[in-house]
Design a protein around this ligand. Structure first.
Ligand SMILES: *[C@@H]1O[C@H](CO)[C@@H](O)[C@H](O)[C@H]1NC(C)=O
Ligand SMILES: *[C@@H]1O[C@H](CO)[C@@H](O)[C@H](O)[C@H]1NC(C)=O
Ligand SMILES: *[C@@H]1O[C@H](CO)[C@@H](O)[C@H](O)[C@H]1NC(C)=O
Ligand SMILES: *[C@@H]1O[C@H](CO)[C@@H](O)[C@H](O)[C@H]1NC(C)=O
Ligand SMILES: *[C@@H]1O[C@H](CO)[C@@H](O)[C@H](O)[C@H]1NC(C)=O
Ligand SMILES: *[C@@H]1O[C@H](CO)[C@@H](O)[C@H](O)[C@H]1NC(C)=O
Ligand SMILES: *[C@@H]1O[C@H](CO)[C@@H](O)[C@H](O)[C@H]1NC(C)=O
Ligand SMILES: *[C@@H]1O[C@H](CO)[C@@H](O)[C@H](O)[C@H]1NC(C)=O
Length: 456
């Protein structure tokens, strides 16, 4: 990496400290699975239905005591593509993956198709349902790709049973389609919407739980930027033209519409649209101006996954070229480089941050997996390759540009005090004409407060 561009970018983006604000919870050299017996594991290795080096964790989600991990079937030898580990089991930092909801859901049926084929990212909604976006492809990094239609599987997390399987209609799936990212708008459990990004043929497929129907929305902001297709990760230079990728959904507004924040993988820009315009294809087409460009993260700042924490309104995103995770407050009107905060950056531990979530107890979770090395080179089985990080959201964003409470509170307190004093003085000088707050310039308040803070 290195390079002047990166340096300048970092100086602009990273405001204050060099503290790394996440802890490593799990780490693996290679993934392993909880087979029914040691013999079954040995047999799977011999029959090559389990090829350890072909397994890479891609997505994560947290619900209750379980941490879910997806392992897409990009290459052969993936025994189970959706798994979990028990967060209460602290006996090891490299736990074996337990297939979800069962081993049976991952073994091929008569048509050669398991219940779950190849999911990348998943989402547990607040209504105790796990939404699994299944890409439907087996072995797409090998010569012999098997393609099934993509689908959304929805599991009841209380009973671990399949509630629904919705296969995308053929006319919403194109030859180049690839579905990797999903966001869920669960304001109303009966009228929940799922948004699935098509990174291969730019579009968002919207699914309505109530109608059990989907539709395909297109927009030019979903397309890759031809000037942002160059990537460089740990000495591997490559070109990716992936379209819409990271999608994050905000808390609802008073009319119960959320904002969908999105960016293509091959792009430095962030965009947003109200879900109001995604509910109906003709409404989306008639209002293409409702899709907004927020701004640019700057050179080298391509991002994969992103997630909006509905409580703090902070958008978390990965920076795959910079081995970093960063953030932006959605309440901040300006999407400028200086308003982006650094959460974590490390040229060994954070190589390719691939998924980000905030759980229902306000903890941030990040998965890094060194994917470009796995894809274009070879991972060293004697080195730690996959890591899962976590920290409370408030800790993760503290002292960054995304810090939501302390500083502004303190500033406001001092500003109020200063206003009160000014008012008192003004009232003494001229009791009939109270000083309006506007006569005290915000700058002077901020300046004075900073001086007070500095010496406090
Ligand atoms: C694991 O958790 C238990 C109970 O929460 C605790 O008593 C124990 O010290 C923990 N062990 C390790 C190795 O952290
Ligand atoms: C794909 O096919 C080519 C030529 O037939 C072969 O050399 C290569 O090893 C194959 N790759 C895989 C991953 O099977
Ligand atoms: C290719 O896929 C088909 C169908 O899944 C399978 O029957 C065949 O054995 C595969 N060929 C190779 C070389 O893996
Ligand atoms: C928004 O959704 C909540 C929860 O479903 C509901 O109670 C409320 O009435 C809705 N508000 C509007 C304006 O539709
Ligand atoms: C949803 O629609 C699919 C076909 O589009 C159908 O197979 C399935 O049974 C439907 N599910 C429900 C719960 O209506
Ligand atoms: C890879 O890209 C980096 C940064 O753009 C560049 O400095 C380096 O020379 C490139 N390496 C190769 C082998 O092309
Ligand atoms: C979509 O919007 C159009 C125009 O407002 C309306 O005529 C149509 O009925 C809507 N379709 C659905 C499925 O709601
Ligand atoms: C400023 O004055 C208002 C009422 O005039 C009062 O409620 C507030 O607590 C005061 N603030 C401070 C920081 O003293």
């Amino acid at each position: 990496m290195g390079g002047i561009k990166t340096l300048i970018f970092l100086q602009l983006i990273y405001i204050t400290t060099c503290m790394e604000q996440l802890d490593i919870i799990y780490e693996w050299n290679q993934l392993d699975f909880q087979f029914p017996t040691p013999e079954a594991r040995q047999q799977a290795i011999e029959s090559r239905s389990f090829i350890p080096e072909n397994n890479i964790p891609m997505g994560l989600e947290i619900f209750g005591d379980r941490l879910f991990v997806t392992v897409p079937r990009w290459r052969t030898g993936v025994p189970a593509s959706l798994n979990y580990v028990n967060l209460k089991d602290n006996s090891t930092k490299s736990p074996k993956l337990i297939p979800y909801p069962s081993w049976a859901a991952h073994s091929a049926g008569p048509d050669g198709k398991p219940e779950i084929v190849s999911p990348f990212r998943i989402r547990a909604d607040k209504c105790d349902r796990l939404w699994v976006l299944d890409n439907g492809k087996i072995g797409n990094l090998e010569n012999n790709t098997t393609k099934f239609l993509p689908s959304i599987l929805i599991y009841d997390l209380k009973t671990d049973t399949l509630l629904r399987k919705y296969v995308f209609p053929e006319d919403q799936v194109k030859e180049e389609s690839g579905f990797a990212n999903i966001a869920i708008e669960d304001t109303d459990c009966d009228k929940t919407y799922a948004y699935a990004g098509d990174l291969g043929k730019p579009a968002v497929v919207v699914y309505s739980w109530e109608k059990n129907e989907s539709w395909r929305i297109t927009h030019h902001f979903f397309h890759p930027d031809p000037l942002a297709c160059d990537f460089s990760v740990k000495g591997h230079n490559f070109s990716w033209t992936d379209a819409i990728f990271g999608i994050g959904i905000s808390a609802p507004n008073p009319d119960n519409f959320s904002t969908l924040y999105f960016h293509p993988m091959a792009s430095y820009n962030e965009f947003a649209v109200s879900t109001e315009y995604l509910r109906n294809v003709s409404v989306a087409e008639a209002n293409f101006g409702a899709f907004k460009l927020l701004g640019s993260r700057g050179p080298n700042a391509q991002s994969s996954a992103s997630f909006v924490d509905p409580k703090t309104g902070v958008l978390f995103y990965s920076l795959v070229n910079l081995n970093a995770v960063a953030c932006w407050r959605t309440t901040n009107k300006e999407y400028l480089m200086k308003n982006q905060g650094r959460i974590y950056m490390d040229n060994v531990k954070m190589i390719y941050p691939t998924d980000i979530k905030v759980d229902y107890d306000e903890n941030l979770w990040v998965l890094s997996n060194r994917m470009p090395i796995w894809m274009y080179g070879k991972l060293d089985p004697n080195d730690v390759n996959f890591r899962i990080f976590s920290a409370p959201v408030l800790k993760a964003i503290s002292h960054t540009a995304c810090d939501v409470t302390p500083r502004s509170d303190i500033l406001e307190k001092f500003a109020n005090k200063f206003k009160n004093i000014t008012n008192k003085i003004a009232n003494k000088i001229n009791p009939n004409a109270g000083v309006s707050t506007s006569t005290v310039s915000v700058t002077s308040i901020v300046l004075l407060s900073s001086i007070i803070l500095f010496f406090a």
